[in-house]
Design a binder for this molecule. Structure first.
Ligand SMILES: [Zn+2]
Length: 368
């Protein structure tokens, strides 16, 4: 059974922190008529058959020949409506992944979309496009940072058409700037093989690898941060503290902190906010929080304090754990980008788009 196989592949990739964390990534399986695609609010590591949404490929295909409103918001609404209408009657309680249209475009049985830190070390770097062109040539396409949903799928569609019009094979690697990679193949082995090819090609290019080992944060520091956070923000918040050598190095000064100052990918925004707070010391944390709120109009969800480490603050320990994993991922990405011309954050308009994006918020609310 192919759905069973899809669940198996999804659980395997989803349980490997090298590929995806928390609700990140999505997968699908299709034949000529139907596709099973990951539902919103599910996590690949634990997804079951019920977490996938069965959609009608001919209805999704019809989206490309329809004309939609010129107004961006209105158009997204209309496309979303058509996307929802592609569900089979048994699926009406589920919501297909926002990347469903993109999955449907790829003429392979399996699509496994992930956000590996190693890959994002390239997609979030200044020379990312050059590196992908050099390493993979026509086997891959590079998609500049784009609004998720219809626009992203359209951009990929155009790039693929350009690529195949030149007589090239259909690209089975699609690299999305400041986001991740889509790999497609007609079997599990083919997908695994392409991922291996990607990792094997990138690793030798890396000059310095991220720090692996976590360094414990003293309980006293965590308590001190918690009391400041509770009095400055919300009494119900709970704090978790963590560190490694890279975090401590980048926390030395405002300047060293620059590569961590804004978000690299949508996942980072969803799980700990678009911008971590940097503080020189515990003593300046309360003022830092006040200034952050004033400047950004939202509460910070994660602070990095010189000599102490990183502190995630959310309402639950589960949320803190997700923030921790995603921030550790962010730090890894920052380290990898040094081998590819240096870091490049998501553009500010994209950050705002994601911050305001109803669908992402829906996902975040479900993953809490
Ligand atoms: Zn993604």
């Amino acid at each position: 059974m192919s759905l069973e196989k899809l669940v198996e592949i999804s659980n395997r990739y989803g349980s490997d922190l090298e590929y995806v964390i928390a609700g990140g990534g999505n997968t699908s399986w299709k034949n000529d008529e139907i596709m099973y695609v990951k539902g919103s609010g599910t996590e690949l590591g634990t997804i079951t058959g019920d977490g996938f949404v069965k959609v009608d490929l001919s209805r999704l295909d019809a989206i490309w020949s329809k004309s939609y409103s010129e107004d961006v918001d209105k158009r997204e609404e209309e496309v979303l409506e058509d996307l929802m209408a592609s569900r089979f009657p048994s699926e009406m309680k589920k919501r297909p992944s926002v990347e469903t249209l993109l999955h449907a475009l790829l003429p392979f049985s399996y699509v496994v979309h992930t956000h590996p830190a190693l890959v994002n070390g390239i997609t979030c770097s200044r020379q990312g496009k050059d590196a992908i062109d050099r390493l993979f040539g026509k086997k891959a396409i590079w998609v500049p940072v784009t609004n998720p949903g219809y626009i992203l799928a359209k951009e990929v569609k155009d790039e693929i058409e350009k690529n195949t019009a030149g007589g090239n094979d259909f690209p089975q690697m699609i690299f999305l700037q400041n986001h991740g990679v889509f790999v497609s193949g007609n079997s599990e082995e083919e997908v695994d093989g392409i991922y291996k090819e990607i990792f094997d090609a990138i690793r030798p290019e890396v000059g310095s690898f991220p720090a692996g080992k976590e360094i414990p944060v003293e309980a006293d520091s965590i308590l001190a941060v918690e009391s400041i956070v509770k009095s400055s923000l919300d009494d119900s918040l709970t704090v978790s503290g963590f560190a490694n050598q890279d975090i401590l190095d980048m926390a030395r000064s405002e300047k060293d902190f620059a590569p961590l100052d804004l978000a690299f990918t949508p996942d980072h925004i969803v799980y700990y906010g678009f911008k971590p707070l940097y503080a020189q010391s515990l003593e300046t944390l309360a003022d830092g929080i006040a200034a952050y709120k004033e400047e950004n109009g939202v509460n910070p969800r994660l602070a990095v304090i010189k000599d102490l480490g990183a502190f995630a603050f959310n309402s639950t320990a589960t949320q803190n754990e997700k923030s921790r994993l995603l921030f550790l991922d962010d730090v890894k990405v920052a380290v990898y980008t040094a081998s590819f011309g240096g870091y490049q954050f998501m553009p500010e308009d994209q950050i705002n788009f994601i911050r305001n994006w109803e669908v992402e918020q829906y996902r975040a609310s479900l993953s809490r």
